[in-house]
Design a protein around this ligand. Structure first.
Ligand SMILES: Cc1cc2nc3c(=O)[nH]c(=O)nc-3n(C[C@H](O)[C@H](O)[C@H](O)COP(=O)(O)OP(=O)(O)OC[C@H]3O[C@@H](n4cnc5c(N)ncnc54)[C@H](O)[C@@H]3O)c2cc1C
Length: 386
């Protein structure tokens, strides 16, 4: 069997296992958990068994070592069923990617096997109350104190902030550095004295998964937890992890766009007005045609970004295009699906209203869509000098 055939077989096996799990253990419970905004404890245990917490971590560290392309297809499937679940392992895997790509051997050997099994789970802590897009404006400080650092500051909107115990934490080790990113560093911060959750944040959508504000007050961390054991590389570490994060968000966008399309296609065939299924009205067909085309374009952009990521090449432009287009496709398809459902689209008994609440997050998270377009434009100019 060639390497390509083996990869395809592994991908199909994984996708089949995910599909079975979603049908059996997830789909029947989504509406209840979503509307109760309840953390899916049992599903998290099942996700551990499926290996999802180690999906992209190398096999040498106990992960599945999946390619980004396979990972994107898994994420799309899961997001089509309940988008919140993908956030539970996605930001965890970005944290893992930060360590795997930039960590010391000791850090990788200690953390990656525990991340892969889900024994230690967490995410990425970049955003602060006064700085999200402009990360160089963060205020969190880490001051050297012998062989430790003392960290003070606040992070907000941190996914898995309550149920997770470990975070890739972006701080300033030299607040006077110019440019500011040269004074930024990333730590592997585990919960302990001085690191508390101050509040759970209430949200429009993305229910079930916890988003929290985290406070660091004289939090003492050993210097061995500085990712890569060198100050000044924090932005590089965090932004490197975001390429995978953007492919993930693009895949989540495809999941929502696809779920909205399929719900609309099915509903349009069973709902009758003026003596025929609404699917036979041309105005509805135009919507379905646009929705299907948007989904296909979003998928192709996502797979293309994943392919370049898998080759180990820089893909910020392609990941940005995929994230931008697929998230807008999710928003537009969710809106059209809601319209096609008429009054039922507004009902909590259907999934449609959830797609409509979940989709906007895809336009904001992992870098807003405004920033994606700026990144794309800068890359176009850099790659094509006059
Ligand atoms: C549910 C949820 C989960 C999240 N999870 C995490 C997480 O796990 N970890 C984490 O670190 N963060 C997380 N975030 C934070 C998220 O990454 C930020 O909200 C996002 O990066 C935007 O930052 P901001 O909210 O500070 O908006 P701002 O940076 O204040 O931006 C406000 C507006 O201005 C625009 N803008 C800003 N600068 C420019 C510019 N130069 N040019 C043009 N337009 C610009 C933006 O596009 C946006 O429209 C989460 C957010 C949400 C809502």
């Amino acid at each position: 069997m060639s390497d390509i055939d083996a990869d395809n077989e592994q991908e199909q096996q994984m996708l089949d296992a995910i599909e079975k799990w979603l049908e059996r253990d997830v789909r029947p419970h989504v509406l209840r958990l979503e509307h109760a905004d309840e953390y899916p404890i049992e599903m998290v245990e099942q996700m551990k068994e499926l290996g999802l917490f180690g999906a992209t971590i190398g096999v040498e560290y106990g992960g599945l070592g999946l390619k980004a392309g396979t990972y994107a297809k898994i994420v799309e499937k899961i997001a089509a069923t309940w988008m919140s679940l993908s956030g539970i392992f996605n930001s965890h895997l970005i944290m893992a990617a930060c360590v795997e790509r930039n960590g010391t051997e000791e850090q990788k050997n200690h953390y990656l096997p525990k991340f892969a099994t889900g024994e230690i789970r967490g995410g990425l802590a970049l955003t602060e109350p006064d700085a999200g897009t402009d990360l160089q404006g963060i205020k969190m400080r880490a001051k050297k104190d012998g062989d430790h650092y003392i960290i003070n500051g606040t992070k907000t909107w941190i996914s898995n902030g309550i149920h997770g115990t470990c975070f890739a934490l972006l701080v300033k080790t030299d607040a006077s550095a110019d440019p500011a990113h040269k004074g930024m560093s990333c730590f592997i911060a585990e919960k302990g004295p001085g690191f508390t959750v101050s509040k759970k944040l209430e949200k429009l959508g993305y229910k079930g998964i916890d988003s929290a504000e985290l406070i660091f007050q004289d939090y003492k961390i050993h210097a061995s937890k500085l990712i890569g054991a060198k100050e000044g590389r924090g932005m590089q570490t965090a932004l490197g992890g975001l390429e995978l994060g953007r492919i993930n968000v693009a895949a989540r966008g495809c999941g929502i766009a696809g779920a909205a399309l399929m719900d609309a296609v099915k509903y349009a065939q069973v709902r009758h007005t003026f003596g025929k299924p609404i699917a036979e009205h041309q105005a509805i067909q135009l919507k379905l045609g646009e929705m299907a085309t948007r989904l296909q374009a979003a998928r192709l952009l996502t797979y293309d970004a994943a392919r370049i990521y898998d080759k180990g090449e820089r893909c910020d432009m392609e990941a940005g295009m995929a994230k931008y287009f697929a998230s807008e496709a999710a928003l537009e398809n969710a809106t059209e699906c809601l319209r096609i459902h008429g009054g039922y689209g507004y009902s909590k008994e259907y999934h449609v209203e959830r797609y409509y609440r979940d989709a906007p997050l895809m336009c904001i998270g992992e870098g807003t869509n405004e920033m994606q377009r700026i990144i794309i434009a800068r890359q176009m100019i850099a790659r094509h000098p006059a």
